[in-house]
Write a protein that binds this ligand. Sequence first.
Ligand SMILES: Cc1ncc(COP(=O)(O)O)c(C=O)c1O
Length: 430
Amino acid sequence: MSVISRFARTGGWLRIGGVSLGSIIRRAGTPLYVYDARIMAEQYARLRAAMPEAVSLHFAVKANPNITVARLFRELGAGAEIASAAELEACLAAGFKPRDIIYAGPGKGEEDLRLAVRHGIGSINVESARELERVIAIARKLKRRRPQGVCLRVNVEAATGEGAGEIMIGGARKFGTDSSRIAPLVNKALAARQINFLGFHCYAGTGIRDANRLVAAYEAFARWAEAFARRKKLAIQLLNFGGGLGVPYADDESELDANALGAALSGIHARLARSPNFEKARFILEPGRHLVGPAGVYVMRVTDLKVSHGRQYVITDGGIHHALLPIVMNKRYPTALVNRMGRRAAVACAIAGPLCAAADQFSREVSLPRPRVGDYVGVFNSGAYGYSAGMLAFLSHPTPAEVLALGGAAWLIRERRAPDMGVPPRRLRP
Ligand SMILES: Cc1ncc(COP(=O)(O)O)c(C=O)c1O
């Protein structure tokens, strides 16, 4: 089923969150990201329903780092997974309690870690021995009353098989610490009064739609944790199984079977609950793309049309500086003229942006109603890793605005910004 069918339409216009996209464009201009809050809520509710109670869901803010989007997931009951101090501050401003925030990512900055410890967030998912030492030193210096919660991110071996998506565990990795080298970190974490060793984190990869591959990774992580905890006589409070839950991009791709993931995690939880090492253990999932991807549409205005060697080009005011992922991931994002929905597709078009780069082309061949200058092109499935994963400064165009629509009202949630052309020279004094 195409993601486009999750949106209504009025006349020819796409409707997002009960609002005609035409009226949003009139007020906010293009290029533009528009998000349907109802679809975000549906994605969350479906995943929540598929998961056992023991699994907490933390929205991976990096997938759509907008404070209003983060607030929406907090109101739905999610925790947050962050990757920087700015994401932490946004989550606090969005009303998340520090204990509901977890922090992952290699090479965390000293300042970022200090802020996380100062607020006493739920867990810092520590990537290396050096980072562990840093967290301990910061916690010691800040003299917080409560020890800082820490999980150790582990790189386990898992036979996840071939398929769509990117696997990020097994073999040589910059992420986490190899399972064979983690014992000294556990000893250190247990010995440090300033931190509370909670358990382990394992992020298998991203964009995975085959539940069997994710289940294979979950099982490998759980089996490793089970054996390790038994050997070291650990009391594990938390196992974080990561994110990576994919969504279909092209219309012929299948949905991830979230119920199969939920059933697998239920089974793992029931098994571990019988072990004295996991009596009180809770699980975490930290999905990003799955929660927000289908909710977003990137909207561009058609500024020119041309035919080159028989190919119809549709030139737009938006491009891959705002939406790089369709190109990087070589994905066929569903694309439509959002002001002429329901019209018969008549022409095979290449959709290309204003950048002086040949790569600035969303589709080589998408069937559209005969395009006109002034039409609007919507690239669907653009709710995740869109605005934040672009090359916003490339060619110095204004940034896209962001709008969230819900229940018949549209809200501007990020202003369009003028390009940053640098500053007049200021002497750097020695
Ligand atoms: C540690 C960690 N958690 C969660 C996520 C979110 O992943 P996804 O959007 O694929 O669910 C990422 C993405 O890079 C990540 O690195």
